[in-house]
Design a protein around this ligand. Structure first.
Ligand SMILES: [Zn+2]
Length: 277
């Protein structure tokens, strides 16, 4: 599932094609994705200019001069493709005045779009209680994390996946951040002291920044690609995720990566340098 670095990479790839560009044609090939496509989509997009292309958590947000925000979630396997030949799983196609096209292709249809009128975006349930962006140093820092973790008995793994605590993280990058911070995924969030929160904030930020630089992660199913069609490369740098049974090797660590299942999802960690608190 695309997480923050993948959505950010998609945003950067789409910028030159969409930002400050006019959508001259809106093509919609079916009424629904995971949810029904909002009735206002054509009104929001057709003939309107994209004044900004932003990201919040795992959502792409198109600010339109028609007075709407269009929020796009790529789901499990949704792709934004630029100037590519038509495919039967292209559900929505945007054509621009410059003669470019962006198609939303999603065979499994777990993706969806939401619409908000200008000024109403922050009040939508999806965004209202969303936690800070991990790269936002003014809001995501050790004091913040320490305060919000304080009374929590939830394991670190689920606390970091909670979009109300921090936005955009999913299974892969949480595993990687905990590995680099030397924290066990099952440790209760409330047990961290301020110093450990600082180390964790730093690890989250470094993992996310590196993954964005690498263009995100393309795993076995290869459904995530950059809008250009190029793969992401962060999977080559993954130290814990998907490496069960392999040597840890972090600063000479002799551990062997293990896998446990938490809330139905795999966590990968090193039992030698990620000890439970
Ligand atoms: Zn280790």
């Amino acid at each position: 599932m695309p997480e923050l670095p993948e959505v950010e990479t998609v945003r950067r790839g789409l910028m030159p094609v969409l930002e400050n560009c006019k959508i001259t044609e809106y093509i919609q090939n079916r009424p629904d994705l995971r949810f029904p496509i909002p009735a206002d989509m054509r009104r929001a997009l057709q003939g309107a200019t994209v004044t900004a292309l932003r990201r919040r958590g795992k959502y792409l947000i198109l600010d339109m001069d028609s007075g709407y925000h269009v929020c796009w979630h790529l789901g499990m396997s949704g792709q934004m493709r630029i100037d590519r030949a038509a495919d039967k799983h292209d559900h929505i196609i945007l054509k621009t005045a410059e003669g470019r096209s962006v198609s939303f292709n999603d065979p499994r249809r777990f993706g969806y779009v939401l619409i908000a009128k200008k000024g109403a975006l922050d009040k939508m349930p999806h965004f209202q209680k969303m936690g800070p962006e991990p790269l936002d140093e003014a809001h995501f820092h050790s004091d913040y994390l320490f305060e919000i973790f304080r009374a929590r008995k939830a394991p670190l793994k689920s606390a970091l996946l909670d979009q109300h605590i921090v936005a955009g993280l999913g299974n892969i990058y949480v595993c990687e951040a905990l590995y680099h911070a030397g924290l066990h995924p099952a440790t209760q969030a409330g047990k961290l002291d301020k110093m450990q929160c600082a180390v964790l904030v730093d690890a989250v930020r470094r993992v996310i920044s590196r993954a964005i630089e690498a263009g995100g992660s393309t795993l076995g199913d290869a459904r995530y690609v950059q809008p250009s069609g190029e793969l992401g490369y962060f999977q080559l740098e993954m130290a814990a995720y998907g490496r069960e049974g392999e040597q840890c090797g972090l600063n000479g660590c002799c551990g062997v990566i293990e896998r446990i299942v938490q809330a139905g999802r795999s966590s990968f960690y090193c039992p030698v340098h990620q000890l439970p608190l």
